[in-house]
Design a protein around this ligand. Structure first.
Ligand code: GCW
Length: 693
């Protein structure tokens, strides 16, 4: 018998621990009788409490903490804290502080399960891994897992302003209640930290990269310290964004020039002040000289000079400086896709050891699909972080269902050299960051399915090689139901969902066709924004003859920024995948595609396919009606209905516009858009969430 569907309002995320299926319970219960954890550290306490509560709910009886090892003990320990763990001589070497071993074994004739690690954070992650195994309904008899994280730093980036507004946030307001801090700690912070710890996320940046220096003032730092204190037991380190002009904004200095000794002293003192109250403070994340943010360029200094100055202030305390590579003002005349690489490649090897350069997954800006950023694999002397966006600014907000596991895996697994051999993007990473999709909505992420993106980010940051399908399956079992038919239906929807968005918004390598400002809905016709490279027309370049951005040698030659093997493939029409075609090539409307269709026909068919996919998802979801809890089923149904409407809107508006520029008739099988182009152009959304303007 499958266990019943999981009810609720979504608050409990994937940490529901519903009563396990009867057969699992009867076979596994004897293996789970007491927990022995020989440490009183807050982190080990957190881990053993979670195990206690999780198993109690799964088994329907309590699992007490004990000192004695009996049959059915779950033992948490390091070789230092536990003689038993030391005696078992487990292969903990090379696992670092965060890795763990989970094993069913015996000790003095007692059958036990050990969660062993070198440090308390390893015990925390091992405990959650054990609960995950149990929640999958797997037998714990032959348990033998040995894991460590692929990257040491796995972080959320919150674009939260101090007034509670979340830039590009579609799940309510900020989780940080600054007005109540430091006196009151919202219990929700603990659940936030638990959820992160459960998937291995070990750091968070509390504030927006479009930064406000106020957070660095003493009053706010005390509030930050209170948050850091709540997150600490769960293995999370707290970071802040640093506004480059802070020495002027709050320090009373006339300049923020990184070479000015007063500025350097100010930052050193500020770092000292922070570490006195937050001894494990993570460091700073900085957006500089990008989209109006101040930076070293204001004083004629390079990004390396700016980053190193801040890194020097953090270094004595063990802090890390994350410097974003999302800049595009070096040469506004050149292809925007080229600019970050042109700016940062020459700086390889010039950054301090505690600097990490953080680049977005693609060279433009979190589009439904981008080729990987050319900086990956090409900065051998610089530590790199991959930044992805869980909040779906360009993928339909929290309304459209788009599971991003496949998108992130596509980037992580992209080969940076020689086509299908050689290293991939994942190999070049020290850190992975996701722009968070959380807010104070009851279900955290605005929609039930967006929880999967938070989950998947953590899992993929922990293990870059995981398959997105496997991640979707484990999330679904923990979040929705154990019924195999339901799981396969939901996972099937998830796995197709992002491709559907690509199809109805930006098929075949098109990009940045969204309406201005809020980026919701179609705006391929927009050509009136102050910077050329903010306009959709700049990116698609469509006219009567063809469409697409020529980034080959005959165009901007952005292709040359990739390593030779990769560049050669992207440059050739017979090698570049269809998904990236119009990203790299300008193609005539009547040219033939790999499918044998003309580009025009192919483009139309992609829009059709995208809308169809959403219709299918709706139908499949409706059929799950009786198998899921009504509250969440209904909430998702409503979102899917809106998504279908908006997918049609994208399709109709886009087709109307492409028809207008290409002057091509629609083939008879394609339904004409119900309105004329002017009608779509006249649509203006107001008060759209997350829009900073
Ligand atoms: O995607 C764009 C967003 C901005 C954001 C910027 C960035 C925080 O539209 O809202 O600013 O990227 O990543 O810095």
């Amino acid at each position: 018998m499958a266990s019943p569907a999981l009810a609720g309002d979504g608050y409990r995320l994937w940490l529901r621990y519903p009563p396990a299926a009867a057969h699992w319970r009867s076979t596994e219960a004897p293996r789970l009788r007491v927990i022995v954890a020989r440490s009183r550290s807050p982190t080990v306490n957190a881990a053993s409490d979670e195990l206690g509560q999780g198993f109690a709910a799964l088994l329907g009886r309590t699992l007490p903490r004990s000192h004695e090892i009996i049959d059915g003990t779950v033992l948490l320990g390091t070789p230092q804290t536990s003689k038993v763990i030391a005696a078992l001589r487990l292969p903990l070497g090379g696992l670092g502080d965060e890795g763990f071993i989970l094993r069913s074994t015996s000790y003095s004739d007692k059958r036990i399960i050990v969660v062993a690690a070198n440090g308390e954070r390893g015990l925390l992650y091992g405990s959650f891994a054990l609960l995950r195994e149990a929640q999958q309904g797997r037998s714990l008899a032959g348990l033998d897992l040995r894991q460590k994280p692929a990257s040491p730093l796995r972080m959320l980036n919150h674009w939260d302003n101090l007034d509670g507004f979340v830039e590009r946030g579609y799940a309510g307001r900020s989780l940080w209640r600054w007005a109540e801090l430091p006196g009151q700690i919202d219990p929700r912070l603990i659940d936030y930290a638990r959820a992160n710890a459960s998937v291995g996320i070990n750091a968070t940046v509390l504030t927006n990269v479009n930064a406000d220096a106020t957070v660095l003032t003493p009053d706010y730092l005390r509030k930050v310290a209170a948050i850091a204190g709540a997150l600490r037991p769960w293995g999370m380190r707290t970071f802040l964004t640093a506004r480059f002009s802070a020495p002027i904004d709050i320090g009373g200095l006339p300049t923020a020039d990184p070479t000015d000794p007063r500025v350097r002293r100010w930052w050193k003192a500020k770092a000292g002040e922070i570490y006195r109250i937050i001894p494990d403070f993570g460091g700073f994340l900085v957006k500089a000289n990008s989209e109006g943010q101040p930076g070293p360029g204001d004083y004629g200094r390079s990004h390396a000079e700016g980053a190193n100055m801040l890194a020097d202030a953090l270094a004595p305390h063990g802090g890390t400086l994350l410097w974003r590579a999302f800049v595009y003002q070096a040469d506004p005349g050149s292809d925007r896709a080229r600019q970050a690489f042109d700016e940062f490649k020459p700086l390889d090897g010039r950054f301090r050891r505690n600097v990490i350069l953080q680049a977005k997954n693609g060279p433009i800006d979190f589009q439904p699909r981008e080729p990987f950023h050319p900086l990956f694999g090409q900065m051998p002397a610089t530590r790199l972080a991959l930044e992805v966006q869980a909040t779906k600014e360009y993928l339909g907000f929290s309304t459209h269902l788009a599971y991003l596991g496949p998108m992130w895996a596509e980037t992580l697994h992209a080969r940076t050299e020689h086509g299908d051999r050689g290293p991939n993007v994942a190999d070049s990473l020290t850190a992975m960051a996701a722009v968070a999709n959380t807010g104070d909505d009851r279900n955290w992420t605005g929609s039930d399915f967006d929880q999967a993106n938070w989950y998947a980010f953590g899992r993929l940051a922990w293990d870059h090689a995981l398959s997105p399908r496997a991640v979707a399956e484990e999330w679904t079992r923990q979040t929705w139901s154990h019924d195999p038919a339901v799981v396969s239906q939901i996972v099937g929807m998830m796995m197709r969902s992002r491709e559907a968005v690509v199809d109805y918004m930006t098929p075949l390598g098109l990009h940045h066709l969204m309406a201005s400002g809020h980026h919701h809905g179609p705006g391929p016709w927009v050509d009136d924004l102050p910077r050329a490279d903010w306009n959709p027309t700049y990116f698609h370049r469509a006219d009567e003859r063809g469409i697409g951005f020529d980034r080959t040698a005959s165009g901007s030659n952005a292709i040359s920024q990739y390593r030779t093997g990769v560049a050669r493939c992207f440059a050739r029409r017979d090698c570049v995948p269809d998904e990236h075609l119009l990203w790299f090539h300008r193609v005539g409307w009547d040219e033939r595609m790999q499918s044998g269709r003309t580009l025009w026909e192919e483009l139309l068919s992609r829009y059709e396919r995208g809308v169809q996919s959403v219709g299918d998802m709706r139908g499949e979801w409706a059929a799950l009606d009786k198998k899921l809890d009504p509250e969440r089923h209904q909430a998702v149904s409503a979102k899917l209905a809106q998504q279908e409407k908006e997918a049609r809107w994208w399709r109709d508006a886009s087709i109307a516009y492409w028809q207008f520029v290409s002057r091509r008739p629609l083939p008879p099988e394609v339904t004409p858009p119900p309105h004329d182009l002017a009608t779509y152009r006249a649509i203006r959304l107001r008060n759209v969430p997350g829009d900073p303007e």
